[in-house]
Design a protein around this ligand. Structure first.
Ligand SMILES: NC(=O)c1ccc[n+]([C@@H]2O[C@H](COP(=O)([O-])OP(=O)(O)OC[C@H]3O[C@@H](n4cnc5c(N)ncnc54)[C@H](OP(=O)(O)O)[C@@H]3O)[C@@H](O)[C@H]2O)c1
Length: 323
């Protein structure tokens, strides 16, 4: 596998995947809606950035020609039914048709932990239901499909622990919906390494195989939110108290957040997703089966959450020297 096509390569996980592919000597084509989203990838050797409408089968088929495999990392976290259908179901369906027509027979598709394609309608949220259908539409007699289902992903550029740490710099306590929901956070580097490995695992044409990507420890959401503040050094490393909200109050909070401009921190659909535990089921292969040992969250999160503080680095040293 030398020539790799990546959809969603400009995103949080995608940038790590592309860097790993480059290090392995692959040539990589990154499809994007806007070339400027791929500015930092464009300078990497062997990377071609292509502005293309990946929802158009003909355009995608043309772009895919000549590649050995395709990786799909496109997803959204918020949106209405139509947006989830378009991004998580229609796009993989288009990709499957375009890949077959272009002679690309290996697909690595990043899904999400908790997705159950055997019962898509049983899932509690639009996100999980559409992700499950997205796995199903990739099935094709000529495609060998590797599916990776990660738990929540942490890393220096995440919008998860960084956000919770930033909020604690402003607010004295953290009202939190879904406080007892359980997660098994996995490091972005481990996810990217798994994606790259899945290009090479043996899968027969017409088959789909799934791997779960989970970290070394299970946390409740309350532990992660509180930890983010503590690890970032908020309140001298104590973090802010977490105030668990009952379901009705969490929904009210989510409804109010959805009225504000921009991406909501927590939508009603996110709350619905948290009705099922986001931890390894044990019924599928995992990172260990790919020879990967998942990194522990706390030392890594501590490092980047502190580095991401405005006063860190040269500025922090200068501030410190004035005291
Ligand atoms: N982050 C997590 O904690 C987490 C947890 C579990 C599973 N996952 C899964 O991991 C994969 C990667 O996630 P991520 O966090 O890297 O996502 P991300 O940072 O939001 O990136 C998603 C990418 O998808 C593309 N994209 C978004 N909407 C699109 C649309 N309507 N049409 C075409 N392209 C679109 C964007 O590319 P352009 O803007 O360049 O077009 C973007 O680079 C996804 O499948 C996600 O569901 C993530």
């Amino acid at each position: 596998m030398k020539h790799i096509f990546v959809l969603g390569g400009t995103g949080f996980v995608g940038r790590h995947v592309v860097q790993k592919l480059v290090k392995q000597g692959c040539t990589v084509t990154v499809a994007t809606r806007r070339a400027r989203h791929a500015r930092e990838l464009q300078i990497l050797p062997g990377v071609t950035v292509l502005e293309v409408d990946v929802h158009q089968q003909q355009a995608l088929q043309q772009a895919l020609a000549g590649h050995d495999a395709v990786i799909n990392l496109v997803a959204i976290l918020h949106g209405n039914e139509a947006a989830f259908q378009r991004t998580h179901v229609d796009l993989p369906a288009t990709l499957a048709r375009a890949a077959v027509a272009a002679g690309v027979h290996r697909v690595v598709h990043v899904s999400a932990l908790g997705v159950n394609p055997a019962q898509p309608d049983a899932a509690p949220s639009r996100y999980l239901r559409s992700k499950a259908r997205g796995e199903l539409v990739l099935r094709h007699p000529e495609l060998a499909v590797a599916v990776l289902r990660p738990s929540v992903i942490f890393g220096a550029e995440d919008k998860f622990l960084n956000l919770f740490a930033a909020l604690q710099k402003v607010f004295p306590f953290m009202p939190l919906a879904g406080a007892q929901a359980r997660f098994q956070p996995v490091w972005v580097e481990d996810v990217a390494a798994a994606v790259v490995q899945l290009l090479h695992v043996r899968i027969a044409a017409g088959s789909t195989a799934a791997w779960e990507a989970t970290g070394s420890k299970v946390y409740t959401l309350a532990e992660l939110v509180h930890g983010a503040g503590a690890w970032a050094g908020v309140a001298n490393g104590r973090g802010r108290p977490v105030l668990p909200l009952p379901d009705w109050a969490g929904r009210l909070q989510a409804a109010l957040m959805q009225l504000a401009p921009g991406e909501p921190m927590m939508s009603a659909d996110n709350l619905d997703s948290m009705k099922v535990d986001n931890v390894a089921s044990g019924r599928f292969l995992g990172l260990a089966d790919l020879g990967l040992v998942p990194a522990a969250l706390e030392p890594i999160a501590r490092d980047y959450l502190q580095r991401n503080q405005p006063g860190y680095g040269l500025l922090g040293v200068r501030r410190g020297s004035k005291r």
